[in-house]
Design a protein around this ligand. Structure first.
Ligand SMILES: *Cc1c(COP(=O)(O)O)cnc(C)c1O
Length: 361
């Protein structure tokens, strides 16, 4: 364990944050940069907080490469509220949805309350172990957008790259935003609840192409209207100040690491270690996703002898590796290894998996 007695935290969300970010937050907690108050106690209209949110947006744009014709919003209500909000704002009667796991199912179910949401593809028959080629699907000509989930957090399936299909794409990137470089210009809208791969719970990042604002219906509830939120710079009401500040620190940290190319390299190395531990276990462990769609963020796996799962999770915990239990809907195990998860923790888990398999074979 580290000097702070931190465990290896494989939580799917809220997930691990970078230690330098937490150290900076600790440094700032009583007195942010000589202001005499913490970020939690400042007016959201103060010059101090204005500088914090403006810097967070600037660093977000820098690290993700957000083009000038996109708005960057820090909203509330989690990714789940975006399921509703994007439908209310952007679905002018009809939209197409591609479903590759549990979150995609929730997204389309929410959209159906606001119009015709077509399920143009559902990986259910494959038990959600893959993503389709988005170019091979039939879309409705009257659909306002095509929605998909880049990385399904529970099933651990990831498209792996930005699709390009000549349609307005709306993408839930909650569990893998910034896990690799991505091309914002390929999307009409990207959204991500912060608490997986970005910051603490409390804010949801929305990156939205500006022209979409002109198509928003009149008289939406102001809090749920992207135009109202964009025109007020995410300050229509009191925003989640602390969460935005923390996201800002994470963006700065990612820039200091060398940006998303460096982050991707590290993520690849971590994921390779873990998938090798599964693949080289002579069937003691089994993965879920088909090879090309293996997530580098969420790695669900089973013990082929499921009777050993409880003991595996218990012993891992005794060895400082926590939150390895699979999602309650699918069982088994899941190791979430977000950007901030340290590679030595993945090495420790891979080692433990090998030892455990040897002792119990
Ligand atoms: C966690 C998650 C959500 C839901 O996020 P909330 O912020 O809890 O609403 C939606 N989509 C994906 C891909 C997720 O991982």
């Amino acid at each position: 364990m580290s000097a702070y007695d931190r465990v290896y935290n494989f939580s799917a969300g809220p997930g691990v944050l970078p230690v330098p970010v937490l150290e900076q937050a600790r440094e700032d907690i009583l007195n942010w940069q000589g202001s005499g108050t913490s970020v939690m106690e400042m007016s959201h209209r103060s010059k101090e907080f204005t500088s914090i949110i403006e810097q967070a947006e600037a660093d977000c744009r820098a690290v993700y490469g957000v083009p000038d014709n996109y708005k960057v919003l820090f909203l509330q209500g989690g990714a789940s509220l975006q399921f509703t909000m994007l439908a209310m704002n952007l679905m002018h009667g009809e939209a197409d949805y591609v479903t590759t796991g549990s979150w995609g199912k929730k997204a389309i179910a929410s959209a159906k309350l606001h119009g015709t949401a077509n399920n143009v593809y559902d990986a259910k028959e494959f038990n959600y172990d893959r993503c389709p080629d988005l170019n091979s699907l039939d879309y409705s000509d009257s659909a306002s957008f095509v929605h998909f989930t880049m990385n399904e957090t529970i099933q651990g399936v990831d498209y792996g790259a930005d699709p390009s299909i000549g349609k307005d794409l709306v993408c839930d990137m909650s569990s893998n935003i910034g896990c690799r470089p991505f091309d914002v210009s390929k999307y009409a809208m990207i959204y991500a609840g912060a608490q997986k791969n970005l910051g603490p719970a409390g804010t949801t990042l929305v990156i939205l192409r500006e022209d979409l604002l002109d198509r928003i219906p009149e008289n939406l509830p102001p809090m749920l209207d992207y135009k109202v939120q964009a025109d007020s710079g995410s300050l229509y009401n009191t925003p989640p100040c602390w969460a935005i500040y923390m996201c800002g620190l994470v963006f700065k940290h990612l820039l200091s690491l060398g940006g998303l190319e460096a982050v991707e390299k590290n993520n690849r190395a971590k994921a390779d270690l873990l998938y090798s531990a599964i693949d080289n276990s002579n069937g003691f462990y089994g993965g879920h996703a088909q090879l090309p769609f293996r997530s580098t963020m969420n790695v669900p796996f089973v013990l082929t002898n499921d009777d050993l799962t409880g003991e595996f999770i218990k012993e891992a915990g005794e060895n400082g590796m926590i939150q390895l239990k699979g999602h309650r809907s699918v069982g088994g195990c899941r190791a979430s290894i977000y950007n901030a998860f340290p590679i030595d923790g993945v090495e420790a888990l891979a080692q433990f998996m090998g030892d455990f398999a040897q002792r119990n074979s």
